[in-house]
Ligand binder design. Structure first.
Ligand code: FAD
Ligand code: PHB
Length: 390
């Protein structure tokens, strides 16, 4: 088998890349480890920057997003039992949209298949060879057959636990990593959201987040210990803890409902440099992870492949490899800005095991500054709605 670009992973990065390349007349094959059903049901991100929405709409995959996405013009910071609104649109002229990551994945898979694209699910044993040559080969097993896929380039869009990053020879990459001493317990509940906007809460018992997916579905998160067994969190305990952390002086109430889904995610900052080796280009979570407090991971993954699609289009059209050679540097500038913002939001809102009175007071001072100063709020807002795209 042969294609122009072999794409490993059918998450937001791999699927958007395949879609953008198709629009530029470039052929690709997407190889996904999991089943179609699995990737379409996996509950993860929900906040889209305006730049992400604009890209999906401009490229013909934003119809359902336009109908079902919830456009928000502000977020709330809650601490000391009080609420403080950050008016994103007033401060930046831009907005965010809430629309589940798995909905984007569904829309993209449908668009690719309807356009005659190849997205293969339940692909096993992906191995990359010849990355340092101009004839790389991806081998894998699919439908009981061993396959060799010859290509011009490989896009490693297979997430943090994928195999592409590990195909780069040892010693080539520099790894930057921070693990946080807490995790997030996330739940999806069948109950109407209790607030109109996303609520980020700093409480002495730890961080809590109130978000949503639709007028009938609330998405909530609690800071918990790292590697916390989910069994220790029966539904009643989750609601009790959410009620405590989200409580306000003005008697705001949190509606409860059946919990449909729950899971614990580690909080990590991670970057590899460069995001390229020979004919392999890493994109999205395969190259970098941010703690979810800034709501940036998926947006960053999509921003990477926008740069990559542009660079590949130029390379195929003109043979010029300047943009492709600059891919990693171009992406890393945004990646590090977002790393800083995500780490800053995380530090401001979470409780740390080694906290002392000094640390707690610094955090409170930071929260009060953002809530009280327009300059500080604008800085948060411009990062939150997203930096300009290519
Ligand atoms: P992934 O979505 O991980 O996709 C990689 C794909 O590759 C997967 O489908 C995987 O099955 C496949 N794969 C893995 N290994 C192989 C292999 N060997 N062979 C073939 N295929 C393979 N981001 C935001 O922007 N906003 C948010 O609000 C937000 N909230 C989040 C909340 C939580 C609880 C979590 C966990 C994440 C959140 N994120 C958020 C981050 C976001 O979900 C990720 O950054 C995003 O999924 C990255 O997309 P990706 O395509 O790079 O990787
Ligand atoms: C979500 O809705 O899942 C969500 C919202 C804000 C975040 C992270 C996740 O910072």
């Amino acid at each position: 088998m042969r294609t122009q670009v072999a794409i490993v992973g059918a998450g937001p990065a791999g699927l958007v890349l395949s879609h953008l390349l198709h629009l530029r007349g470039i052929d690709s094959v997407v190889l996904e480890l999991r089943s179609r059903d699995y990737v379409e049901q996996r509950v993860r991100a929900g906040v889209l920057e305006q730049g992400t929405v604009e890209l999906l709409q401009a490229t013909g995959v934003g119809e359902r997003l336009g109908r079902q996405g919830m456009v928000h013009h502000g977020i709330e910071l809650r601490f000391g039992g009080r609420r403080h609104r950050i008016p994103l649109t007033e401060l930046t002229g831009r907005s965010i949209t809430i629309y589940g990551q798995q909905e984007i994945v569904k829309d993209l898979i449908r668009a690719r298949l309807e356009a005659g694209g190849t997205v293969l699910f339940e692909v096993e044993g992906v191995r990359l060879q010849g990355l340092a040559s101009d004839r790389p080969v991806v081998s894998y097993r699919h439908g009981g057959q061993d396959v060799e896929l010859a290509c011009d380039l490989v896009a490693g869009c297979d997430g943090y636990h994928g195999v592409c990053r590990d195909a780069i020879p040892a010693g080539t990459l520099t790894v930057y990593e921070r693990l946080y001493p807490f995790a997030w317990l996330g739940v999806l509940a069948a109950v109407a959201p209790s607030a109109e906007e996303i609520v980020y809460t700093s409480h002495q018992r730890g961080f809590a987040l109130h978000s949503m997916r639709s007028p009938e579905l609330t998405r909530l998160y609690l800071q918990v210990d790292p590697d916390e067994p989910i069994e220790r969190w029966p539904d009643e305990r989750i609601w009790e803890e959410l009620q405590t952390r989200l409580a306000t002086e003005d008697g705001w109430t949190l509606g409860e409902g059946p919990i449909l889904e729950k899971g614990v995610s580690a909080m990590r900052s991670f970057v590899v440099e460069p995001m390229q080796f020979g004919r392999l280009f890493l994109a999205g979570d395969a190259a970098h992870i941010v703690p979810a407090t800034g709501a940036k991971g998926m947006n960053l993954a999509i921003a990477d492949v926008q740069v990559l699609a542009e660079a590949l289009a130029t390379w195929y059209r003109t043979g010029e490899d300047g943009l492709l050679g600059g891919y990693s540097a171009a992406c890393l500038r945004r990646v590090w800005r977002v790393q800083d913002f995500s780490a800053w939001m995380t530090g401001m809102l979470h409780r740390y095991p080694d906290d002392d009175g000094f640390q707690r007071r610094l955090r409170r001072a930071r929260l009060e500054y953002v809530a009280g100063s327009e300059a500080a709020a604008r800085s948060l807002a411009e990062n939150y709605v997203g930096l300009e795209r290519v």
